[in-house]
Design a protein around this ligand. Structure first.
Ligand code: ADP
Length: 264
């Protein structure tokens, strides 16, 4: 490092409650942490912030329905005629004492839970069948997972035997004041112009009759505010960043436009 180099910036995160203290407790005591909450409410940003604030390397894995244990642990790959073992992100995190964040863990294949169980109880061990290794996780290693309980898919719920291995925090969209501050800081739009966006979001989120899978996320509000801050007219920004992303159904979109008209 030369004298001019600086520590990497810590991603900004405005807490909603005691989640930062709980994260640090979990980290110090080697306990895994589960973050529950709707998409776009700040879970990933929270983990990025805490990893940077505590000086830990972070491995993030976006889980999907094809993701298997081998994708996390590693596999033998053919390199120049030879087979060579290559660690997956979970194994690297265990070896290095880093944080591994499994985003939307319920999406992953079932064999992933078999790997997670010995790692998330007092054994703190990663078993690598293919190489015969059993890695004991060092103190610095931490497993964080997230899932979205809002998707009412019975097949995609976390089993009690898995979820009862994690400390858990429920996330939701932040209270109005916090959300205004977050969206203003992220987008550069002044708070007075962010306030009606957050009011609109509250209205959309409170509608149960509409054919919406989920309410508008803080992420979408940041997008809308960014477009408005760069000079786009409010209706066009809301169309692209709120209405179209929320629904494909013409009746629902037109009902959303009516809500926009009430506020603007
Ligand atoms: P999730 O992981 O819950 O789907 P993200 O962490 O990706 O959501 O959040 C989406 C965006 O919302 C972030 O990139 C950030 O701009 C903003 N955001 C949401 N909550 C916060 C917060 N509490 N502090 C700072 N930014 C936030």
């Amino acid at each position: 490092m030369n004298a001019m180099s600086q520590a990497p910036a810590i991603p900004a995160y405005l807490p909603q409650g005691n989640e930062c203290a709980l994260f640090e407790m979990a980290q110090k005591n080697g306990l895994p942490l589960l973050l529950k909450g709707p998409t776009g409410c700040g879970k990933t940003r929270f983990v990025e912030h805490m990893a940077a604030a505590t000086g830990r390397k972070l491995y993030t894995v976006a889980c999907h329905d094809d993701l298997s244990a081998a994708d996390l642990i590693g596999r033998y790959l053919l390199k120049g005629g030879e087979t060579e073992w290559v660690d997956g992100p979970l194994t690297r995190a265990v070896r290095e004492g880093a944080i591994c964040y499994l985003d939307e863990v319920v999406e992953a294949r079932k064999d992933v839970t078999v790997v997670l169980h010995p790692l998330t109880d007092n054994r703190r061990t990663l078993v690598i069948d293919r190489t015969g290794e059993e890695l004991k996780a060092p103190d610095g290693f931490m497993l964080v997972a997230s899932y979205n309980p809002g998707y009412q898919n019975i097949l995609k719920r976390l089993k009690p035997s898995t979820r009862q291995r994690f400390l858990s925090i429920s996330f939701d969209f932040p209270p109005e004041k916090t959300e205004i501050a977050v969206v203003a800081a992220e987008s550069g739009l002044e708070e007075a112009r962010v306030a009606p966006l957050v009011r609109l979001a509250a209205k959309i989120r409170s509608l149960s009759g509409m054919d919406l899978e989920e309410g508008v996320s803080t992420r979408l509000l940041v997008y809308a505010a960014t477009l408005i801050a760069r000079g786009m007219a409010v209706p066009a920004a809301l169309e692209a960043a709120v209405i179209e992303p929320l629904s494909d159904d013409e009746d629902t979109k037109s009902a959303l436009r009516d809500l926009v008209a009430v506020i603007y």
